[in-house]
Design a protein around this ligand. Structure first.
Ligand SMILES: [Fe+2]
Length: 341
């Protein structure tokens, strides 16, 4: 009985989400999943929701070890109106999000929505207009900037350049052709130039080492030179991060992927995932692959890091400046008056 009631609950929630993504009768909704997907009750619920809205719904199940470059996968992705990515393959690089198959589908006009968080998080962080507006304002600001400067009171002081790079926001809604989003989420980010990082990046106890799915238990200090992480100092967390980068063993594993800030005040910092990526006023500067791009406005990053690493790091109590102007002040976004709301 619980399973049946749970399914009904999920269907209602996915109907609400797919309406936000503007699913219309006759559109094709492709649900992409694999047998190892951690939320096996989501694909059938989303399938029912898509049908309820009059869409033509399909579920494509990859074995999990198949490549995203397979012709069949590429063809189906490029011909869908909306793709629901309910899979975390390929493992290790931030999933299908950072594949050419994904980029091609977006270029062909697909809308793409990633879904993998627990039901409690989906419900708590349902998209709304406040998050969308904060995201759009922030992305415009970040897109126009050339330099990101991050500081804090425990020794962080580093610069990232982004000259010519675009910026994006996430609000949990993929409602226009060529737009990717992650349901749920709320953040602003970009891919800094991969050779630009200079300075000291301190991860303090309690920050989220999301790439390892736990909070840091001690201080980790990264030294950044000419875009590369050249030293990792600290205790066990530092050792694990260094070991991760060394195991991937490509140059991009020591360079940054994306940088930006969270905009959703409904997040629970104790839960690693989109909660720690999206919490209002936090700063996320992550390592590794960033080749994701999308043609919709303020979607995609157009990075050039092809590493097989992807490791998200989310930090509280940092200050972030764009071209010298304070934007995020110690867990408070939009320190500038004209963007405060
Ligand atoms: Fe990431």
């Amino acid at each position: 009985m619980d399973l049946v009631l749970g399914s009904a609950d999920l269907v209602a929630m996915f109907i609400e989400e797919l309406r936000l993504c503007k699913v219309k009768p006759g559109e094709t909704v492709l649900i992409f999943t694999d047998p190892q997907y951690i939320r096996p009750d989501y694909p059938p619920a989303a399938f029912a929701a898509a049908r309820a809205l009059g869409a033509e719904a399909y579920i494509l199940v990859s074995q999990g070890d198949q490549k995203m470059e397979d012709a069949l996968v590429r063809a189906t992705w490029q011909n869908a109106s909306l793709i629901l990515g309910m899979s975390m393959i390929p493992r290790g690089i931030g999933s299908w999000m950072y594949t050419e198959t994904h980029n091609e589908a977006l270029r062909a006009g697909a809308r793409v929505l990633m879904v993998q968080e627990p039901l409690e998080v989906l419900k708590r962080m349902l998209p709304n207009e406040t998050i969308r507006r904060r995201g759009l304002l922030g992305a415009k600001r970040l897109q126009a900037a050339k330099e990101i400067h991050v500081t804090d009171d425990v020794g962080s002081d580093f610069i990232l350049r982004k000259d010519g790079r675009k910026a994006m926001y996430q609000c949990g809604i993929a409602d226009e052709p060529g737009r990717w989003d992650h349901f749920p989420s709320g953040l602003v980010t970009c891919a800094p130039l991969e050779d630009s990082a200079e300075g000291i990046y301190v991860i303090r106890p309690g920050d989220s080492l999301l790439g390892a799915w736990h909070h840091a238990s001690e201080k980790v200090t990264l030294t950044l030179e000419k875009g590369r992480i050249t030293r990792v100092e600290g205790g066990r967390d530092a050792y694990e991060l260094q070991a991760y980068m060394d195991r991937i063993n490509d140059d991009g594993a020591y360079r940054f992927s994306h940088a930006g800030w969270g905009i959703d005040d409904r997040c629970d910092w104790s839960h690693n995932g989109m909660d720690t990526e999206s919490l209002y006023g936090t700063v996320m500067v992550s390592i590794g692959r960033n080749i994701f791009d999308a043609p919709a406005d303020y979607s995609g990053m157009k990075g050039e890091n092809y590493s097989n690493a992807h490791f998200d790091i989310c930090c509280r109590r940092k200050n972030l400046y764009l071209d010298g102007e304070l934007i995020v002040r110690d867990n408070e976004t939009f320190a500038v008056p004209d963007l405060d709301f």
